[in-house]
Design a protein around this ligand. Structure first.
Ligand SMILES: [Zn+2]
Length: 367
């Protein structure tokens, strides 16, 4: 309360410009439970504080060093980040899967070991990282539980997320990735059970972020049945459906039809969450005013079920400006959300609830 009053005093007392500066900086202290400082949407950024979808490993070639990435988070005041590997590794000589059109891409556990090793070597100061297992090949589920154990042995209590894993990703078809066979989904039961009841001190279920294209411009709902099958078989797993099922291959889905599908599944499966990462959502949908309004209403309505993220891929050819741009575009829609939705999504309350973290999004300052 004192801090809140101080903020008001700062705001009207230009002489205390240093004070305004301090009040407007976002830091992790502000997100500790019991902190009474409110979040002023008119003076503080609308960019998300949680990047729940960030690939610290590239498709191939060299990655941006983790301490370089950490400095980006610090500059943009992004305080909570999911550390994904990548679900599609290209052969060593390639840097990007588009550049090696015929190369076989497949997930690899190498990513997860690299991320864990880097994390312990260069733990960031002001950002909380959540390590994620990105190795699973959903079409070859037989060794997933075993590899989870392996990671647990080498890095106990370190990996508390899984993904991004590909159920179906049309962008990779050229690289011989195929949609997961529906009969293989039934074979996920061992690792999905492990995700629901992880070992170690935390009893919080491990969320899994799944890339599942709804369809293509030619056949908009061609693959929807696959995600429906996953939800039907594993209703008790926290599942994050990334990019709301959209992709560069599906840019003309009627927004009304899209949100009908999502609403139906969110209503039916209370553990389902969506992520609004990837600039494709901005490029093809959110940047158009009328379409944006439609999605803002949807996000406000389902505001407890949405996670934000950039979908940045940390190849070493990228620099701060690239990440900042991704954050800007993927955060664009946040500024139009109502206060509850802004707090739940951009300020991370959904993320804290899902992970059962000892953090809390600040209240939005009134008036
Ligand atoms: Zn991604």
């Amino acid at each position: 309360m004192v801090i809140r009053q101080l903020g008001a005093i700062c705001a009207i007392t230009l002489l205390l410009s240093g004070c305004i500066q301090t009040q407007n900086a976002r830091n992790i202290e502000m997100f500790k439970k019991g902190n009474s400082q409110c979040y002023n949407r008119t003076t503080m950024p609308h960019t998300f504080v949680v990047d729940a979808h960030n690939h610290f490993r590239p498709f191939g070639g060299k990655a941006l060093p983790i301490n370089e990435l950490n400095s980006y988070f610090e500059r943009l005041e992004i305080l909570f980040v999911n550390v994904f590997g990548i679900g599609q590794m290209v052969p060593l000589e390639c840097d990007y899967f588009y550049n090696c059109p015929s190369a076989l891409v497949k997930p690899s556990i190498k990513n997860d070991f690299s991320n864990a090793a880097n994390y312990y070597e260069h733990a960031p100061q002001g950002t909380r990282l959540t390590l994620s297992m990105s190795f699973p090949d959903l079409n070859a589920p037989q060794d997933i539980a075993y590899k989870m154990e392996l990671l647990e042995q080498e890095y106990p209590n370190t990996f508390t997320w899984m993904g991004e894993v590909n159920l179906v990703k049309q962008a990779l078809f050229i690289n011989r990735h195929r949609a997961t066979a529906i009969e293989n989904i039934a074979q996920w039961d061992e690792f999905m059970a492990k995700l629901r009841s992880p070992r170690g001190p935390s009893s919080t279920p491990i969320p899994i972020s799944i890339h599942a294209d709804i369809g293509s411009n030619k056949e908009p709902e061609k693959y929807l049945y696959l995600m429906e099958e996953v939800l039907r078989q594993y209703p008790d797993n926290p599942i994050v459906w990334v990019h709301m099922g959209l992709s560069r291959e599906l840019t003309n889905l009627d927004p009304k039809r899209h949100t009908e599908i999502l609403s139906r599944l969110l209503d039916k499966y209370p553990k389902l969450m969506l992520d609004i990462s990837w600039r494709v959502l901005y490029d093809e949908y959110f940047k158009h005013d009328a379409i944006r309004d439609h999605y803002v209403a949807f996000l406000n309505q389902y505001s407890t079920r949405i996670l934000p993220g950039s979908d940045f891929v940390a190849t070493d050819t990228k620099r701060f400006k690239h990440y900042a741009k991704e954050v800007e575009l993927t955060s664009y829609i946040n500024q139009f959300l109502d206060d509850d939705a802004f707090r739940n999504i951009a300020l991370g309350q959904n993320y804290f609830d899902l992970m059962n973290l000892d953090f809390e999004a600040p209240e939005i300052c009134k008036g």
